[in-house]
Design a protein. Sequence first.
Length: 257
Amino acid sequence: MQGLLAIWGRELRAYFVSPIFYAISTVFIFIISFMFYESLKYYTQVFMQAAQYPPMMERLNINEMIMRPLFNTMSFVAVLILMPMLTMRVFSEEKKTGTIELILTSPVKDWHVILGKFFAAFTLFTIMIGLTIIYPLVLQLYGNPDWAPIWTGYIGLLLMGGSIITIGLFVSSLTENQIIAGVVCFGVALFLWSLDFASSTISGQLGEVLGYLSVLRHYNTFEKGILDSTDCLFFLSFIYFGLFITVRSLESTRWRS
């Protein structure tokens, strides 16, 4: 356990010393703030128009018009685009600088190395997502949002983010080129994201299998305010499998060294 905590702390310090995390967080917050402003402006315009026709007021839903589009944007920008950038250096940089040899010859277990790096990236992802809690709080000051789908939306984001992080860890363990690791991770994440659209055009059992493997389909359940054990199990299984194959990749590197 001490080895895991040591790797975790080492990786966190490396992230905070590097400008990568600050650049990614700044871009993320800027995009989400812009989307929140535009959604809020649109909702205000619709609300002013609906105020003249009382029956229309009943159909206005602040969660559907503001928070759900915001969650869609966060899931796409943070998980699909920014997570590959955050994880591409995890092992690739170690291989390029030669410090991977120190890790492989140290008494720290492979699982501790992988989990330490995973928890470090996941901690930064959680911090980045946590900064956006200010938006529903602003809505609470001037409206009455339903917090159930907001909390489940955040849970879904964390689970999906953890899944993509494991993809980034695995891909990064295969190459010493950070650019290749980032591009491949993005490609795999985008493929898993687009499976939901592909499944809608394919009938039969194949379409059902592709739909089940889609991270977007499982995440949409959380967005609706539904905490389904099936979707939670899907993401947790995905995370475990991603960590498992990363450990095997690290063991393979150890044997080749």
